[in-house]
Write a protein that binds this ligand. Structure first.
Ligand SMILES: Cc1ncc(COP(=O)(O)O)c(C=O)c1O
Length: 338
């Protein structure tokens, strides 16, 4: 069986081609990546010319940052490749995946031959696991694009009732330590992390797989040796060790996202849409298809690129990442004329 690859935001080249607006005119808000990334230093020529350095220092920095000294942790070349290859590490079985969520999970499990069952709510997920309707579970926390957050008590009940493994994608989880699945026992839990979103280093392609689980260890083996480039190891190590930058970035994201939410209220009111969730990195507006489509169309007119629902989603939504300049966003919204 063949499956079509999911679509994603960050597809500005498509927007340029379809709408004929040049690159420099766009305000790209189609991803959930922080627009204020970790300052990347210039690298020595050696870092490019030699094989990548050992990953011990990176692993130590990541263990300290995530607070998991006692757990297995391995770097992955982005969390996306970990998602794709993790499903291969399990015998063919069944898995529950959120109906609206990062599509690559369902895609990966299907490609690996598993049966995928979708859940719309955490109650439905709990019903699946307590009746053994699925073996494994994927939770995306916070969810992209809904921004929903599953609380720790609910995660614990899912884990208690799951026969197989609980996989929690925390690519957007850097500001949500309290609900992290890293607070749960490590044996049946695998947590995925990303350097792409909070640190704004999506181009470095670095993520982590965490959990004392054979599937995690098998996956980590696939990436040895040298699957992360020297510059990627170097920049992510610096970012993970830089707690001063992390603290001030965390504060700044919180205040910017609060400010942006207030701005967005006038958009959501004008288009009769509802703002849901708050990942501090993106907001998602939900409502009737015609309203979502009208907003998307109007935003394109003022060269703002956003991410819209997938064809088979049961609800209509439009996701916007934080703009790097809220005033610029506001003045473009004024140009729409609402
Ligand atoms: C929920 C979620 N998980 C994982 C990823 C993959 O991110 P990366 O491969 O950059 O770590 C994405 C990318 O958009 C995502 O939205």
């Amino acid at each position: 069986m063949t499956f079509t690859n999911p679509k994603h935001g960050g597809n500005l080249s498509e927007a340029i081609q379809v709408h004929g607006i040049p690159f420099e005119d766009w305000l790209d808000m189609s991803t959930g990546i922080s627009p204020w990334g970790y300052p990347v230093p210039s690298f020595t020529e050696q870092l490019w010319s030699q094989l990548p350095p050992p990953t011990e220092r990176l692993i130590h920095a990541a263990k300290t940052y995530y607070g998991v000294d006692d757990r297995f942790l391995a770097p992955t070349p982005g969390s996306q490749l970990a998602i794709r290859l993790l499903a291969d590490q399990f015998e063919c079985s069944s898995v529950a995946v959120p109906r609206i969520g990062y599509q690559e999970h369902a895609h990966a499990w299907r490609l690996a031959g598993h049966e995928v069952k979708f859940y719309n709510t955490i109650e439905q997920l709990l019903a699946y696991v307590s009746t053994n309707a699925v073996e494994h579970v994927v939770v995306i926390n916070p969810n992209n694009p809904t921004g929903d957050i599953v609380g720790l008590a609910e995660l614990q009940s899912v884990l208690d009732n799951t026969q197989g493994t609980l996989i929690v994608d925390e690519a957007f989880g850097d500001l949500f330590d309290d609900t992290s699945a890293l607070n749960l026992p490590a044996e049946k839990t695998i947590v995925l992390k990303s350097i792409g979103k909070f640190f704004g280093l999506a181009g470095a392609r670095v993520g982590f797989i965490i959990g004392n689980h054979n599937a995690a260890k098998r996956l980590a083996n696939l990436f040895e040796p040298w699957s992360l480039s020297g510059p990627s190891i170097a920049v992510s190590t610096l970012a993970l060790e830089d707690s001063n930058w992390q603290d001030s970035h965390r504060q700044s994201l919180k205040s910017q996202s609060e400010k942006f939410r207030n701005t967005l209220l006038r958009v959501s009111n004008s288009y009769d849409l509802e703002i849901k969730g708050n990942s501090h990195l993106f907001f998602t507006l939900f409502g009737m298809k015609k309203n979502v489509d009208r907003l998307h169309r109007d935003l394109v007119k003022v060269a703002i690129w956003t991410r819209r629902y997938n064809a088979d989603d049961p609800e209509y939504w439009l996701r916007m990442s934080l703009p790097n300049n809220i005033n610029e966003f506001n003045s473009r919204i004024d140009d729409i004329g609402h």
